[in-house]
Design a protein around this ligand. Structure first.
Ligand SMILES: [Zn+2]
Ligand SMILES: [Zn+2]
Length: 146
């Protein structure tokens, strides 16, 4: 199911909209928003929450799952002569391969989940991220004007 998860612009509650759902007000504070999730086969080239056109993709991977796998592997080490750790490494790799990408907005961090990959998008880029956090000029750019 394709969905968009974003923060309420007023109270910052995490809200989710699934494809096909109509826009509705924030469940927590009642602030109106017009966010709707695009259809499941839409190519995401701008943020569904704020309309921004700079997006990145990343693995929708829960770090806790990976850690839990390692813990389980470590518990079984005495009985498997360390082979369980190898198993965990392989399992971790398989899980990583199965996990799909989500598309995230640089400006508002809205997450678009369940959409086909957009070949125009790039993975997370710290430079682009900093430009959004610190404004148009990267930190240090004004040093020459002191
Ligand atoms: Zn709200
Ligand atoms: Zn956005």
């Amino acid at each position: 199911m394709a969905s968009v998860h974003f923060l309420c612009p007023q109270c910052e509650a995490r809200l989710g909209r699934e494809a096909g759902e109509p826009a509705r007000a924030c469940e927590r504070c009642g602030a109106f928003n017009e966010v709707i999730a695009p259809g499941a086969d839409a190519i995401i080239d701008r943020c569904a929450a704020c309309g921004h056109d700079q997006l990145y993709f990343q693995k929708d991977f829960n770090r806790k799952t990976g850690i839990a796998l390692v813990v389980v592997g470590a518990i079984f080490v005495p009985w498997t002569y360390g082979l369980s750790l190898l198993g965990v490494t392989i399992l971790d790799y398989i899980v990583w391969r199965m996990v799909k990408d989500v598309i995230v907005c640089y400006r508002c961090q809205a997450v678009h989940r369940g959409y086909p990959p957009n070949p125009a998008l790039k993975p997370f880029d710290l430079v682009v991220h900093d430009r959004h956090v610190y404004g148009a000029a990267p930190p240090g750019a004004e040093e020459g004007h002191r």
